[in-house]
Design a protein around this ligand. Structure first.
Ligand code: AMP
Ligand code: GLY
Length: 438
């Protein structure tokens, strides 16, 4: 087992991996890691209905926040590297507990995870480090928020401070909507996540997600990806976790990405270090490309879902070693991460009733797909004892495909999705409209 506290001279052997989480993001991570040379086994806890099917990974019924259970499994399976997918275990300190037990963990400590778990903390860090982001105020009571609104006399973006499963943001159109969002948050709409609010200036521009794999000091950037947050075609309807994505997003070319590295990501990692935080995991910068340049809309402490599913098929065979080197604080010892030059398209199939009240238990009909440049990543699925797979969550499946251009990649993704059926299946037909000609 690799010990994480001291910097190694060379990367230790890497054979057995554990991915924590059960969504499409974790399935894509497990699949991509399983393909890396030398990897003999990838375990996923708790996994989903597709874990044992795609890329021959194995699932273990351990909750993502059960640190003791995870440590025990790591000892039993001689795990060399743990990759933690979701934000909740990171914010709860699961990475810290596993590191204390001597494990190599890709995923920040609880203090680093505040980048996502407290928007007020992240905004203060950005302000202190001079990172471009919308001007903001915090409010600890409805009165404080409403008084501020009275002074400013313009609509604001209202954000719950804590983790609210992507639902804690209201982009208000006018003063009344802003006031209503402030009152609702303090009336308990987001539980304890809404006991403090961040109120922000509204920005305009296209959004893009950038991911930096960090070892505490150094970083490797992945190609930018564009998510589709709204449920319905034409970018209408309620916000969701994400209904589809594509990468690389031409919104940011190589020079644009370099600018984001210099203006946003390097200063963020430095600001974390200045606070004594060794951030070993992904920094996900949700950016808005405004007329005044890129501005940070939010930070997350994990890969995006479904951006991760979109990006993983583009990753080269060095991925496992790169994540290991991040976990051990020695990215300079890792081989360069190669990235395929093709276009990746991703469409999410969601359950009936998503995002408000997704229905569970619908039988999913799946047909074998012979196309090698296509992946169907399970997310909210459950394999029953009789072998049948049923819906078990909001976002059920993610269909991903790669091709030489986005037209072909999306045509292929939609052909793949046509092989899947379940009652109430919802998906957008216009994912990638920004980059498709047909
Ligand atoms: P978040 O959960 O912080 O990603 O916010 C959800 C969505 O709200 C973002 O994807 C943006 O579309 C929108 N949003 C957040 N902050 C702002 C802002 N300051 N100005 C305009 N739109 C925003
Ligand atoms: N797709 C957006 C997110 O993962 O937060």
């Amino acid at each position: 087992m690799a010990h994480s506290s001291s910097r190694p001279q060379t990367l230790p052997p890497l054979r057995h991996l554990l991915v924590v989480g059960g969504g499409g993001r974790e399935q894509a991570l497990a699949w991509a890691l399983r393909r890396c040379p030398g990897i003999e086994a990838v375990w996923v806890t708790p996994g989903n209905g597709g874990t044992e099917e795609l890329g021959d990974c194995r699932s273990l019924a351990i909750g993502e926040q059960d640190a003791e259970g995870l440590i025990e499994a790591c000892l039993q399976q001689a795990i060399d590297l743990v990759v933690i997918g979701p934000e909740a275990p990171l914010a709860a300190g699961v990475a810290d507990r596993l590191r204390d037990a001597g494990l190599a963990v890709f995923g920040p400590s609880a203090d680093g995870a505040q980048l996502e778990a407290s928007k007020a903390w992240a905004k203060a860090l950005m302000r202190d480090a001079g990172i471009p982001t919308a001007g903001h105020w915090t409010a600890a009571s409805a009165n404080e928020g409403l008084e501020l609104l009275e002074q400013l006399k313009r609509p604001l973006v209202v954000k719950a401070d804590g983790l609210a499963a992507g639902k804690g943001v209201t982009v208000a159109e006018n003063l009344e909507e802003t006031a209503a969002a402030i009152r609702e948050a303090f009336a308990g709409r987001f539980g304890s996540a809404g006991e403090r609010l961040v109120l922000e200036e509204r920005l305009e521009g296209p959004e893009v997600s950038v991911f930096a794999l960090c070892d505490g000091e150094r970083m490797v950037l992945l190609p930018p990806a564009q998510d589709h947050k709204r449920l319905l075609e034409g970018d209408r309807g309620p916000n969701t976790g994400g209904m589809g994505a594509y990468a690389p997003a031409p919104l940011l070319d190589q020079a644009g990405l370099e600018q984001v590295r210099q203006l946003v990501l390097e200063p963020t990692l430095q600001a974390l270090r200045d606070k004594g935080i060794q951030y070993r995991g992904v920094i996900y910068a949700g950016l808005m490309l405004t007329a005044a340049g890129p501005q940070v809309i939010e930070f997350n402490c994990r890969f995006g879902d479904p951006e991760c599913q979109t990006l993983m098929p583009l990753m080269g065979p060095e991925l496992a070693q790169v994540l290991q080197a991040c976990a051990l604080g020695c990215l300079d010892l890792a081989p360069d991460l190669s990235v395929a030059g093709t276009c990746s398209a991703c469409v999410v199939a969601a359950a009936d009733g998503y995002p408000e009240a997704p229905r569970k238990g619908d039988l999913i009909q799946l047909q074998p797909d012979p196309e090698p440049k296509r992946q169907l990543f399970h997310a909210g699925t459950l394999r029953q004892k009789d072998g049948q797979v049923v819906t078990a969550g909001g976002r059920v499946l993610t269909q991903v495909a790669q091709a030489e251009d986005f037209d072909q990649a999306f045509t292929s993704a939609y052909e793949g999705l046509a092989l899947v059926r379940f009652n109430g299946m919802q998906f957008r037909r216009d994912i990638g409209h920004q980059v498709r000609r047909s």
